[in-house]
Design a binder for this molecule. Sequence first.
Ligand code: SAH
Ligand code: SF4
Ligand code: F3S
Length: 479
Amino acid sequence: MYNDNPTLEGVVKVIKEERQGEVFFKESAQGLTSSDSKHFYIESYGCQMNFSDSEIVASILAGAGYQPTRNLEESDLILINTCSIREKAEDTVRKRLKIFNQIKTRKPGTLIGVLGCMAERLKAKLIDQEKLVDLVVGPDAYRDLPKLLIGAEEGEKGINVFLSREETYADISPLRLGSNGVSAFISIMRGCDNMCSFCVVPFTRGRERSRNAYSVVAEATDLYQKGYREITLLGQNVDSYKWENPETKEVVNFAQLLEMTAHVHPDLRIRFSTSHPKDITDEVLHTMAKYENICKYIHLPVQSGNSRILQLMNRTYDREWYKERVDAIYRILPDCAISSDIIAGFCSETESEHQDTLSMIEYAGYSMSYMFFYSERPGTLAAKKYPDDIPLKVKKSRLAEIIELQSKVSLRKNKADIGRTFKVLIEGDSKKSDQDFKGRNSQNKMIIFPKKGSYQPGDYVMVKVHDATSATLKGSIVD
Ligand code: SAH
Ligand code: SF4
Ligand code: F3S
């Protein structure tokens, strides 16, 4: 779930640049046009959950009288919502902070705040090291922003990195700033209780907690009424979603939540991310099969195809278990696409263990993958227990092999779609031409096709595929 651009081009971009920050545009902020209010600028890095959090932050700031801007020079408050997942992600943020600091030198009084996972990981160090940071706010402390801002305006450094066991921001209606008006994210849970040895997330996001199921359904209903046609339910491990109604003691699991959201409207598509191979149940797969509007696409990160490495990673499944889950998906949902996250060159990985990862890409037939080389993160179990002993050159060459094979598999899978007709949700103009629309099929594949008739973004159309690359399908509307 690291990037919302599910193309191989997107994958390569992530590896090269660790997801460039995205800026929320003033133009797309609805209902916030007063000219004398203060302005904030926010840049987001990392996973979809971080992007979703920025929309919660925007909503909280709007309540405190701030409106969004895309213009750094115009902003009174510059926020950067950060990611700690790999070293390079943090380096990118440090570079951006230097640029923000130059702006502050030109325009004293501008406040700079670090939000998200780096704020949580580095805490007060950020204020001590990067002298011009005024605010450090962790992922569970965003409600405190207005109060911290008042202090910061008076010259106090503001920090709150308290991790909560309850906070889900269930009552906050996110401000959909960077949105295309068609697709939106809904966070259904926060934190993570898995202790994958390579991963910093349990330390930066805290304990796992699930959000009130009825607040999720209410948000989905509201989005549908506002014209949205696709929602993605977000969590680090959605399959362990479990919410107990404190009054009735009724328990809602992930399959049941999927069913509840599928009922909002048959024209509202439901997606979700991320599934953990140890937790994805047949009940979820059967629920997906039962509803046409639950998309036939599962992001099921394998990380490694070798059982010994999986054990060192503390993923709690092995190669055989993973293959069985893949078999179950294709058995229950023959038309489902599966994608993955893969780490090359984890501690002590041998060449033949790396070959197991390559053969898993073939076995699972991933439509696409997000691929990374291992980056040791301070404080994680792997950093404490295992030497980071695979030379960078070897990590990079293994990663290149993984990318090359995935690209071949993606091309093969996409070519197999030539001649088929898919129901596509129109998202907007294609990047290359305003004569073409882009949209996705249920399997989350991007399809480009010429505009026709009066169709608009948010409409469903039937598109027949006549060409394919490893990243996209091309087609035309059939009536
Ligand atoms: N909750 C999701 C993953 C969140 S992090 C899951 O369990 O699948 C997104 C991806 O970043 C991970 O799946 C993993 O492939 C990658 N990643 C995490 N820590 C990493 C590290 N230390 N080095 C390289 N890649 C890492
Ligand atoms: Fe990290 Fe593992 Fe949790 Fe995913 S499931 S966020 S990889 S600890
Ligand atoms: Fe997401 Fe990065 Fe944090 S992947 S949870 S923003 S460390």
